[in-house]
Write a protein that binds this ligand. Structure first.
Ligand code: MN
Length: 128
């Protein structure tokens, strides 16, 4: 089975780019454009990993990460923050909100797959 990744991102260009890269690398991608539908889709599809934008409409990624961590069935899924907030203290705030790791925008197509794969179980034969 392909690893399943949920991308929660409101910026269409970023969503398109990350989806393109991940599908090219043999991931199944589920898309959400706001946090609440992201939480619903996470509960429904049980992704292997969640990429979560910080700047989202209505409720930000920190708040959504806490919701995801409050669901016992989603408690162990890696959640990676994707954000342009490259400020001192953001990493600490992200970890405190339940994020596993942190990727900075702009997305680097050369490194994002490696950044993601390191949070998945090793040796998945489907991964290129
Ligand atoms: Mn955003």
């Amino acid at each position: 089975m392909k690893p399943k990744i949920l991308i929660i991102e409101d910026n269409e260009q970023n969503l398109y780019l990350i989806t393109f890269i991940m599908e090219k690398n043999n991931f199944e991608v589920i898309q959400a454009r706001d946090g609440l539908s992201g939480v619903e889709l996470a509960a429904k599809h049980r992704p292997d990993l969640i990429l979560l934008d910080i700047q989202l409409p209505v409720r930000d990624g920190y708040s959504i990460a806490r919701d995801l961590r409050g669901n016992v069935e989603l408690n162990t899924v890696p959640i990676i923050a994707v954000t342009s907030f490259a400020m001192v203290g953001d990493r600490e705030k992200a970890i405190a909100s339940g994020f596993t790791d942190y990727i900075e925008k702009p997305i680097n197509p050369e490194t994002i797959v490696k950044e993601i794969i390191k949070h998945l179980p090793p040796g998945d034969p489907e991964l290129t």
